[in-house]
Design a protein around this ligand. Sequence first.
Ligand code: DAH
Length: 341
Amino acid sequence: MLDTLNQLEQQGLAELNSVADAAALEQWRITYLGSKGRLKGAMAGLKDVPREEKPAVGKRSNEVKRALESAFESRKATMGGGGGSSGPVIDMTEPGTAPTLGRRHIITRVREELCEVFARMGFAVASGPELEDDEHNFVKLNIPDSHPAREPIDNFYVAEQGNRERPRMLRSQTSTVQIRVLDQALREGWGPPVKVVAPGRVYRPDTVDATHMYMFHQIEGLYVDRRVTMADLKTTLFQFARAYFGEEAEIRLRPSFFPFTEPSAEFDMKIQLRPDQPPKWVELGGCGMVDPAVLEAVGCDPEAWTGFAFGFGIERIAMGRYNIPDIRMLFENDIRFLEQL
Ligand code: DAH
């Protein structure tokens, strides 16, 4: 019996060495390791072995079995596949890994959603440069030289070589686009009426905290036409809020001051940022009736035209809409956060 086993092992290993393709390998497996194979056949003889020899023969059978099996596995691996073709072994019954789908950043999506809501109310989309001059950022918006908002400490002015007529800066507000659009409309003769929203980045050297960032996004609105009134402004903003946040949205206008609007108001909304805190009033931005001085600055007759304007923070809107407690989460790009939105 021991001889038979030794012979089986030798022969098996030798034949395995000369196996040339996957089909021959499979044939070898059937011959030696299959359920009706030679090893099974030899092991069936174990029952006729005398009692005292049984342990030794049993042990040897197991050794031979293991030797043939492992030789088979390594031969299979070096042949690659063993399933008929070369290439890596693929188990078609595995569930597999789903591909990770990317998505646009939440700020991009909110920006598009906002443009979409305002488009339904007749607003076109406009844009302007992020690198601006102080004429568009301040002068034509009725913010005089002496105004504290122009302090270097509150703005990102750009150090430039050569003598530019006007200092340039990273714009601190999208209200710059009001001037650009009105200028362009008058120059090209297609307006007013002008009805646009302008989303984009703005920059301020603010100290970063849960609601402030040195770069953020605003969406500006401007509607100039004949006989536009404060009632139109209020209706537009309240309709926007209900369309975007739902019928239960709690909003309010609070009297305020901006150099480029008169009268001016702040637009607040009741927002619950954290589940463990009650909702509170959050300022989304400012609005008001375009100041006659602004219309005059672009050469638009304030006796013939009136308008309203507004400028909201897109991050604040996103935080309210998607219950995001901290503005920094929007910029850290932690994939675990972004994947939830
Ligand atoms: N530009 C203002 C800011 O950044 C917001 C603002 C207020 C925009 C009133 C407007 C407006 O268009 O009418 O704080």
